[in-house]
Design a protein around this ligand. Structure first.
Ligand code: NAP
Length: 300
């Protein structure tokens, strides 16, 4: 039977560690502050934003949610982000995605000051990540790395196959795993929609990471015995037996993959909670760097 990797519990442990660091900062008169900007009425985004806000407050941070209607102009949003950049109480800025189609997502993300880019999406953060330098790491990939490490699953010398090459998950995760050092040193293959015979790659993997956005796409016949499986996907599928009319599932077909796996993350309760914990870690680190405590946070 596979070990079920409990992201909820691990995220809780990380938040407890961060709370202690926040207390130390507050003793020095600094309260780490997270500014979240939400545009429009996307139901999933509203849930994510309120979870981030609650998690930040729970560990003693300040958290502000700035809500804008879906027809907000680009100029107004740019001005708002500039104010957040110059506010000394704000140590981290997050622009919740997706944005309505009239707003240029990438351009607006690039307006966030690199030193407050706690989502880790700014080109400066991604450049530091690629070069193996300290900096903000994108929250979901960093969460995957920390989760494996805390379960004693080494990536050193392992073949990691990542399915998905998005800028927020697949590409940065490949960069994290291919670095030198603890939690990395892997041989990484990145697959995507133009990969022919995907299963020939996933079957060779010691560790498979699914970040595709297709419900239950990775099935038992696509992995080898003893594989470690990390399911990043969050999909809503219709389910008339559920009061909500849907259920959440990942990109991995859990019931056929789990019997072959040595360890696997569930959905929900796997990678998802880690993403928020790493966002808080980036914000605490940002605040600490203002006090001269500038080393990266070690959560392994
Ligand atoms: N747990 C969390 O906190 C968290 C955070 C972020 C995302 N997610 C979830 O993770 C999933 C992926 O998110 P994302 O933002 O990375 O998605 P995305 O931007 O849509 O990227 C999906 C990737 O999967 C690839 N792909 C799609 N269909 C494929 C197929 N049939 N075969 C092989 N590759 C295929 C795409 O290839 P191409 O590049 O060729 O199109 C793309 O690289 C989603 O379910 C999302 O909700 C979860």
């Amino acid at each position: 039977m596979a070990i079920i990797i409990d992201g909820k519990k691990t995220a809780q442990e990380i938040r407890a560690k961060l709370k202690i660091r926040v207390e130390k900062l507050r003793e020095k008169g600094i309260t780490p502050g997270l500014s979240v900007t939400l545009v429009g009425e996307n139901a999933a985004s509203k849930v994510y934003v309120s979870s981030k806000d609650a998690a930040a407050r729970e560990i003693g941070m300040s958290s502000w949610t700035h809500k804008f209607p879906s027809d907000v102009s680009e100029i107004e949003l740019r001005e708002h982000l500039r104010c957040q950049n110059s506010d000394p109480a704000v140590h981290g800025i997050l622009l919740q995605l997706p944005l309505p189609s009239h707003l240029p997502e990438e351009h607006l993300l690039n307006l966030i000051a690199a030193e407050k880019d706690v989502d880790g999406f700014h080109p400066v953060s991604l450049g530091n990540l690629m070069l193996g330098r300290p900096g903000f790491k994108p929250c979901t990939p960093w969460g995957v790395q920390v989760l494996l490490n805390r379960y004693g699953i080494s990536t050193r010398g392992k073949h990691v196959v990542i399915v998905g090459r998005s800028n927020i998950v697949g590409k940065p995760l490949a960069n994290l795993f291919m670095q030198k050092g603890e939690g990395a040193d892997a041989t990484v293959t990145v697959c995507h929609s133009a990969t022919p015979d995907l299963a020939q790659f996933t079957r060779q993997a010691d560790i498979v990471v699914a970040a595709i956005g297709c419900a239950e796409f990775i099935r038992g016949d696509m992995v080898k015995d003893g594989v470690v499986v990390v399911d990043v996907g969050i999909n809503r599928v219709e389910d008339s037996s559920s009061p909500k009319g849907y259920r959440l599932c990942g990109d991995v077909h859990f019931s056929s993959v789990e019997p072959k796996a040595s360890a696997i993350t569930p959905v929900p309760g796997g990678v998802g909670p880690m993403t928020i914990a790493m966002l808080l870690a980036n914000t605490v680190w940002s605040a600490e760097s203002k006090t001269g405590i500038s080393g990266p946070i070690d959560l392994f």
